[in-house]
Design a protein around this ligand. Structure first.
Ligand code: SF4
Ligand code: SF4
Ligand code: FES
Length: 797
């Protein structure tokens, strides 16, 4: 449709808000409280417009064909001026020391609305500063725009903030009679409320600090940034989240360390909060760079000779590397014939290749599809713990699209219940992932392939009590209970799901997404599960999204020929080996961290995204080793344009890759892979898709998983985490195993044992999990083929 804004005819889509259309067409409408992809709250009224000569608000007015809109009249700006004056009443004059000064929207809109006088006044009240741990709240700076509440509810999914009574007086009547209605309403609301956590005392949330990021003033501030820098002294280095496979756009905000030391330091991470929300890891785990004072030539030459002398049998690495590094490793493998070992990526690679072999295409959903979905099934992912930023998209979809869905996971996460009564936790037994997929196919598939035709018979008869209406002899309506024989899915029964619930959840639902998590990938039945996922993509309305477990698992899987470790000399690249060229403390030669490198990642949307170096690294890069071994590139990023076309990459220079969202939220980050090219060139024969049942005692199962946002040894290296490994257990697990909170326990199976502390995770209702973030312990020894297993746990007395 077409609408006219300030005389300019622009295109709009049904369902768009005027503000979105204006932004997409570079037409400025002032707006403070509105956040993209969130419900409008009408708190600030700055977005007031004239629509066909009537007053309206751009953030909650949907477009209609032929609308005539004015945004810039003198009357509108006079009223905006009055609103900004009310926001400035009793606002402390502390801009000189306020952390937000220089990027404060209160300052900006006060100037924009040309406020040069104050016409209103009211008695101030005592508003004490609140210490909420990582977050600091100064109520005297708060303009009650409610962005913090909105983002936490509609995007992040914790719903941790609310308004509470401020105890201020109402504006005097004399003003009500003389000032604009909108300004008076904003002022009256402002006088009534302040912000507080749900329990009014302390935050009980994941501490992502997205509320701080969206706060237009200095009211909410991160403790670790407070009073450390003026905003205008910081340079923004565009990057991609190095901690998880969203690889979301973020900025390292850097400046020099001190007057005497002009080397750079990261002071904080910031984001384009309208389009790119960050997890706690992305936001806070930035202080992890490695300082390297000199190049250790002796060790470097030793490493080069190990290659040249043919000593290296295996190169073991992880997926926290760039595409360029992965490609260098692959080129070296081709030259020196060693095994490239990365078990996590190998499982993922097998899973994806199996999937593609059967589906004849790549998984077809993106995170944007998830956001647009109104029916979502997540399977085999310990959702909030495994990938919290993906969970933001799910929450956003359920909340904003009045969506529904099912979270199939054996561990019950109580917070997921709070998203919506229409997003239901279904706790099947560990090892029944394939059964869940078979049920999905049974229920949703149109035509099934002959191998799965048996699913049509997986029903059993049972009786159901139903209420029927009949008439008695006098002709009055009476209700009677009768038994009816009905057919119910035996698969649904097996996975503890009452399929009758689906009927209501599916009313008016059109956009379906299935999300596949790590339990499906690290699973002895992974090839059969991948086959079933491919069938879901082929035979149902669901789009399928497979979560790459680590930052660049997908890039590594596309670029490297991976194999199992064999006996012989192992070079560990960022992992421990017989020789370790690594960024952790156990190294022979120190390597850089990802915030010290330029390069690209392949994110979970199959998009190559660039990341820049925020800090200098004076040691050796992998590229130096490659050059010493006969490959030839001055800088690592010379490989960006050489990434193989037959794997879906494009021939584009690193320096020509953009990295931003435009005003309308369109993604201009790197490029989307040509996945058809990968599919076309895939040389892979699917392994047998037979399902092997394995027995587990569900009460004893421990999952290999991390607490929310502490994803890896790299996040844990940051001062914001820095935790020691514990067994995280539900109350139920502690009781069943007779364990006391905070006691030391021995975890064991027939061959291995591990001693850690057991702590309570109040968010989960059953089971326990053991983390991977602590480099000092090796939990992988228990989890060779599965992501979960039965283990003995005993308290040490
Ligand atoms: S704390 Fe900030 S974001 Fe929240 S209501 Fe106040 S000004 Fe708005
Ligand atoms: S830190 Fe994150 S989860 Fe906590 S209140 Fe703020 S937005 Fe919500
Ligand atoms: S942005 Fe529309 S009311 Fe605040």
């Amino acid at each position: 449709m077409k609408i006219t804004i300030n005389g300019k005819v622009v295109n709009a889509n049904d369902g768009d808000y005027v503000l979105q259309v204006a932004r997409a067409n570079d037409i400025f409408i002032p707006a403070i409280c509105y956040l993209n992809d969130c419900s409008p709250t009408l708190a600030c009224r700055m977005c007031m417009i004239e629509v066909d000569s009537k007053r309206s608000y751009a953030c909650n007015t949907k477009v209609k064909e032929g609308m005539q809109i004015l945004t810039n009249t003198k009357e509108l700006w006079d009223e905006r001026n009055a609103i900004m004056q009310t926001y400035c009443i009793n606002h402390p004059l502390q801009c000189g020391v306020c952390d937000k000064s220089g990027e404060c929207e209160l300052q900006n809109f006060t100037h924009k609305a040309k406020v040069d006088t104050q016409s209103f006044y009211i008695k101030d009240i005592d508003r004490r500063h609140k210490d909420w741990g990582m977050l600091q709240y100064d109520p005297s700076l708060c303009i009650v725009c409610e962005r913090c509440i909105t983002v936490c509810k509609d995007k992040i999914g914790d719903n941790e903030l609310k308004t509470v009574a401020r105890g201020g007086e109402a504006p005097a009547k004399e003003f009500k009679e003389t000032m604009s209605k909108d300004a008076n309403a904003v002022w009256a609301k402002f006088q009534k409320s302040l912000i507080a956590p749900q329990n009014e005392e302390s935050l009980q949330c994941q501490e992502c600090a997205e509320c701080v990021s969206v706060c237009p003033t200095g009211a909410l501030i991160n403790k670790n940034f407070q009073y450390r820098s003026n905003a205008w002294e910081l340079s923004k280095i565009p990057a991609s989240n190095p901690h998880s496979s969203d690889c979301e756009l973020m900025y390292y905000d850097v400046k020099q360390k001190s007057i005497n030391d002009n080397s750079k330091m990261i002071y904080r991470v910031s984001n384009d909060f309208h389009f790119a929300s960050l997890s706690k890891a992305a936001r806070f785990a930035f202080d992890i760079a490695n300082e390297c004072k000199f190049k250790d030539e002796k060790e470097f030459n030793h490493l080069v000779s190990l290659f040249k002398d043919g000593k290296i049998k295996n190169v073991k690495f992880n997926s926290y590397i760039t595409n360029e590094e992965a490609y260098i490793l692959e080129l070296l493998r081709q030259k020196y014939s060693f095994n490239l070992v990365n078990n996590e990526a190998l499982c993922f690679q097998n899973f994806i290749n199996n999937f593609i072999y059967h589906a004849k295409e790549f998984y077809n959903a993106s995170s944007n599809d998830i956001k647009k979905s109104d029916f979502i099934i997540s399977l085999g992912s310990f959702l909030r713990n495994d990938h919290i930023s993906l969970y933001y998209n799910i929450n956003n979809a359920i909340v904003m699209n009045k969506g529904a869905g099912l979270n199939f996971y054996p561990i019950k996460d109580k917070k997921i219940d709070k998203i919506s009564k229409n997003f239901i936790n279904v706790n099947y037994n560990f090892s029944d992932e394939a059964k869940v997929l078979e049920f999905i196919l049974q229920y949703f598939a149109k035509d099934l392939p002959s191998e799965l035709s048996h699913l049509a018979n997986e029903y059993e008869e049972c009786t159901k009590e139903v209420e029927v209406k009949t008439k008695d002899e006098q002709g009055n309506e009476v209700k009677q209970i009768q038994s009816e024989i009905i057919k119910k899915s035996s698969l649904a029964k097996m996975i503890n799901f009452d399929e009758d619930k689906l009927k209501d959840l599916l009313i008016k639902k059109n956009n379906f997404t299935l999300i596949i998590g790590a339990d499906c990938i690290y699973n002895p039945n992974a090839s059969y599960i991948a086959y079933l996922c491919a069938c879901v993509q082929k035979y149902t309305n669901f789009k399928v999204f497979i979560i790459p477990p680590r930052t660049n698992t997908l890039g590594v899987s596309l670029l490297c020929k991976l194999s199992k470790e064999e006996d012989g000399f192992t070079l560990g690249y960022n992992e421990r080996g017989d020789f370790s060229f690594s960024n952790d403390e156990h190294n022979n030669l120190l390597s850089s961290m990802l915030n010290q490198q330029e390069g690209t990642f392949t994110n979970y949307d199959k998009r190559l995204v660039p990341t820049n170096a925020a800090l200098k690294f004076d040691g050796y890069f992998l590229n130096d080793l490659a050059n010493a071994l006969g490959l030839n590139a001055e800088y690592t990023i010379e490989y960006t344009k050489k990434l193989p076309l037959n794997k879906g990459f494009k021939n584009i220079d690193f320096d020509n890759l953009s990295n931003y969202y435009d005003n309308a939220g369109n993604n201009h980050r790197g490029y989307l892979l040509n996945t058809q090219e990968y599919v076309k060139n895939l040389d892979f024969q699917a392994s047998i898709k037979e399902y092997k049942k394995f027995e587990l005692n569900n009460d004893d199962v421990i999952v290999l998983a991390n607490p929310i946002a502490n994803f890896s040894k790299y996040t844990n290296k940051s001062s914001s985490f820095n935790e020691c490994a514990c067994l995280y257990a539900s109350k139920n697990y502690l009781t069943k195993h007779n364990l006391k909170e905070n006691s030391m326990v021995k975890i064991s199976n027939e061959n291995e044992e591990l001693i850690v502390k057991v702590v309570l995770d109040e968010n989960i209702e059953n089971s326990a999990y053991l983390p991977t973030y602590d480099d000092k312990i090796n939990p992988f020894k228990f989890f060779k083929t599965h992501r979960y297993c039965s283990l003995n746990v005993k308290e040490i007395v």
